[in-house]
Design a protein around this ligand. Sequence first.
Ligand SMILES: Cc1cc2nc3c(=O)[nH]c(=O)nc-3n(C[C@H](O)[C@H](O)[C@H](O)COP(=O)(O)OP(=O)(O)OC[C@H]3O[C@@H](n4cnc5c(N)ncnc54)[C@H](O)[C@@H]3O)c2cc1C
Length: 370
Amino acid sequence: MLDDSLKTQLQQYMGLLRQPLRLIASLDDSSASQDMRGLLDDIVAAGGGKITLDTSGDDARKPSFVIAREGQDHGVRFAGLPLGHEFESLVLALLWTGGHPPKVAQDVIDSITAIDGKYSFDVYMSLTCHNCPDVVQALALMAILNPKISTTVIEGGTFQQEVEQRQVMAVPMVFQGGEMFDSGRMSLEQIVAKLDTGAVAREAEKIKAKDAFDVLVVGGGPAGAAAAIYAARKGIRTGVAAERFGGQVLDTMAIENFISVQHTEGPKLAAALEAHVREYEVDIMNLQRAAKLVPAGADGLVEVQLENGASLKSKTVILSTGARWRQMNVPGEDEYRNKGVAYCPHCDGPLFKGKRVAVIGGGNSGVEAA
Ligand SMILES: Cc1cc2nc3c(=O)[nH]c(=O)nc-3n(C[C@H](O)[C@H](O)[C@H](O)COP(=O)(O)OP(=O)(O)OC[C@H]3O[C@@H](n4cnc5c(N)ncnc54)[C@H](O)[C@@H]3O)c2cc1C
């Protein structure tokens, strides 16, 4: 199933497993099941004795498989083949289930393990969607860390009938307990905050207690990251408040005009930006949307009011809030967002296969998309 290069990579990664794993597969005699069986055999072979395959699963979604720790049944389920952009999600799910630690801040891990109440997520993805892996990996990790959370990752192309019934017209799309939960790119922190209703208030309290900054950057894209690094290098007290650290580059997989870097992927560049900023003493406040800017009063400090009710003060404020998708402002645009109005042809295109679509925009992106 996998080519030799992927098999070698997989074998190297599986060397990091700390605990034995069991793959519990639900298969039938379809060609999709044969392909899945091939993939599972490759994973078992790469596991060097640490991974076993059990084909006695009887889930309604076929083909599918669960990755469980030996002796357990609970784990992330993949329905359809997690290849393409999702191969990394598969590898990470294997590693995390096998005890390899995720690269996630300890306070986020603590919030996930503390989530009380049962949650059952279905996340629909397509193999060409570059926004999907973040959401898939976030929900997979949550299910691995907290046994009260279950996650099924569904490849929309394999389960088209289900996709039509649930009116999935954009990926990633997430259902919880059978109800629509959210769609589009989401970070682990955003999903956790959505479940942990006290998190926003706790974060607001933390922010209220902060001293004034010398420089406060609003926006965490490449411009905001550069501004923060330059300020912090002068040894002055610097903060970044960003709705989504990384900015627009998170939405693209191919960047080839960043001179000295021949090719990189947006999420990789965003992670590198964050790592670079964190080399300095910069207070990064992610998932914080600024709502209002109040000019300096008698104390000489500019105030930035946040949507969560807290506010930050700074001698200087740098606004680097970048750009966002342009709206057409036509009737129905908001109501039909992700229900027929899509913004990412690479992600959502496969869901409209064989259908008549209109591409709005005549620039190179529009033509490429068409
Ligand atoms: C699909 C796609 C592909 C692209 N490909 C390329 C490419 O190949 N090469 C290239 O050079 N450029 C490319 N670009 C453009 C490039 O990403 C942008 O030029 C660049 O990201 C702009 O950086 P920025 O920091 O100014 O703003 P942005 O990246 O837009 O960042 C804005 C930041 O401000 C935050 N923000 C916004 N409003 C608020 C608020 N009220 N409160 C708090 N925070 C806020 C956002 O969350 C984000 O962190 C691409 C863009 C897209 C969407």
